[in-house]
Design a protein around this ligand. Structure first.
Ligand SMILES: *[C@@H]1O[C@H](CO)[C@@H](O)[C@H](O)[C@H]1NC(C)=O
Ligand SMILES: *[C@@H]1O[C@H](CO)[C@@H](O)[C@H](O)[C@H]1NC(C)=O
Ligand SMILES: *[C@@H]1O[C@H](CO)[C@@H](O)[C@H](O)[C@H]1NC(C)=O
Length: 202
């Protein structure tokens, strides 16, 4: 089963990737990677938060992947989020983008990919985010240029006093957001995101 799944992933990666493009498999739920290293990072960290996120493995006779479930109980003003993150030391200085193969269902399509880097103070509060939409329907590869990640502090866009240190990434995360300063979108409700892999592309 693992072998079939491995070949499957390999073929998918080959189909997607033009040969010659530098690639690095960051997370491979199809084969090796577990979800146990991921922890929840939702609005219940604050008193008024009411949202929930979970990352679980979905294994069938033919495939293995992760599912990111979110229950977003947003505040009337759109505040609220449900997410997961995992610590990971990454050097992405030779790469241009991050890509993930996903399929979305449920209420909402708008997600955020989050990178944090090694930083003296407020390390866990300063985050670099890229919003993305997952169309409902079949699996799709979402590509996020690293240059377009924007710095946030407490869900507010901040001026880039400290550019993202691609060579010292300390964590990656996924989030369903109620609202975002860069968008008019307001979201709430139950959604799921099935996920095969996350790769870095050169
Ligand atoms: C994933 O978890 C299973 C069960 O705990 C374990 O046997 C396996 O070695 C883990 N795989 C990795 C890559 O950590
Ligand atoms: C990151 O990768 C670049 C390019 O390969 C290399 O020059 C640099 O030394 C690496 N930095 C760290 C902190 O490993
Ligand atoms: C960011 O910088 C711009 C231009 O320097 C300034 O107009 C804006 O008010 C700043 N925003 C914040 C949140 O500090």
């Amino acid at each position: 089963m693992a072998k079939i799944s491995y070949i499957f992933t390999f073929i998918l990666l080959q189909i997607y990737l033009v040969s010659g493009v530098k690639q690095f498999l960051i997370v491979d739920f199809n084969n090796n990677d577990n979800v146990t290293e991921w922890r929840e990072q939702s609005d219940t960290l604050t008193k008024s938060g009411m949202s929930k996120a979970a990352l679980v493995l979905l294994e069938t006779g033919l495939s293995r992947r992760a599912v990111f479930f979110t229950l977003l109980n947003a505040q009337p003003n759109g505040g609220g989020f449900a997410g997961v993150e995992t610590d990971m030391q990454l050097n992405l200085s030779n790469y241009n983008s991050i890509a993930l193969r996903v399929r979305g269902q449920g209420k909402n399509k708008g997600y955020k990919f989050i990178l944090k880097h090694k930083s003296g103070k407020n390390e866990d509060r300063l985050e670099y985010c890229h919003l993305f939409e997952v169309p409902f329907g079949d699996y799709t590869v979402v590509k996020l240029p690293l240059k377009q990640f924007k710095p946030y502090f407490k869900n507010k866009l901040v001026n880039q006093t400290e550019p993202l240190k691609l060579n010292e990434i300390t964590s990656i995360g996924l989030r369903m957001y109620g609202s975002d300063p860069s968008s008019q979108k307001k979201q709430s409700g139950v959604s799921s995101l099935e996920m095969d892999w996350i790769i870095a592309l050169g």
